[in-house]
Write a protein that binds this ligand. Structure first.
Ligand SMILES: CNC(=O)c1cccc(C)c1Nc1nc(N2CCN(c3ccccc3Cl)CC2)nc(N2CSC[C@H]2C(=O)NC)n1
Length: 187
């Protein structure tokens, strides 16, 4: 199973590389890696397993964070309403791509965290509020998805990892908590 030891931290060059597209049919390695990434996110959200294996909670993980410079991300966003219900979004995306996005921007009011960043970096990370993405699943089927607000932010954070971008690259240097009046602040 993937643990925090497998996650590379800021300063590691792979986090600043542009990752390579994945080819289909998937190799066994790429298929298995996707499954392990999902397993990590689920474990990280389970209080007992997170405690037992000292995992930081995450809802997204990109292959470059495991020192694998490939365009694949795992997303595991729990359903905020009912406990133990179906997750809001649980999938591994291969060769994900933003097709279009809103003019409207949004940011998580509390800022963003990253499993590859062992420090609290305060500030608003302003992103597109709504995005339309395409991606391929494990079977090579192409999907198109429209997302908004928190899920859209999570996907953009993970997509940034595929292009060597860290969340704090977006934070306003002069005033980290600056966001224009029309930026939607997400709880
Ligand atoms: C500095 N302030 C903050 O971090 C911050 C502070 C407050 C609120 C938010 C909302 C913040 N922000 C933030 N919180 C998260 N989690 C909340 C806890 N959760 C989780 C943890 C444990 C079990 C189950 C779960 Cl569900 C996991 C996800 N995740 C991200 N990000 C940025 S986009 C990718 C995503 C990611 O997975 N990061 C590892 N940001």
């Amino acid at each position: 199973m993937i643990t925090m030891n497998d996650i590379i931290r800021e300063g590691h060059p792979t986090l600043r590389k542009v990752a390579e597209e994945v080819s289909f049919p998937l190799s066994d390695a790429d298929r298995e890696l996707g499954e392990k990434m999902t397993e990590f996110l689920k474990n990280s959200q389970d209080p007992e397993l997170a405690e037992k294996y000292q995992l930081r909670g995450g809802v997204g993980l990109a292959a470059p964070q495991l020192d694998v410079s490939k365009r694949m991300i795992a997303i595991e966003i729990p359903n905020m309403e009912e406990e133990d219900g179906e997750p809001f979004l649980s999938t591994v995306m291969y060769n994900p791509k933003i097709l279009s996005h809103s003019v409207q921007q949004a940011a998580i009011e509390e800022g963003e965290g990253c499993l590859s960043v062992d420090r609290h970096v305060p500030g608003l990370v302003v992103r597109n509020a709504k995005i339309t993405i395409s991606y391929f699943d494990q079977e090579g089927e192409k999907h198109k998805l429209r997302l908004k607000h928190y899920p859209a932010i999570v996907i953009q954070h993970e997509l940034d990892h595929l292009n060597g971008i860290m969340f704090y690259d977006h934070i306003n240097k002069q005033n980290p908590n600056y966001a224009a009046d029309d930026v939607l602040l997400i709880q």
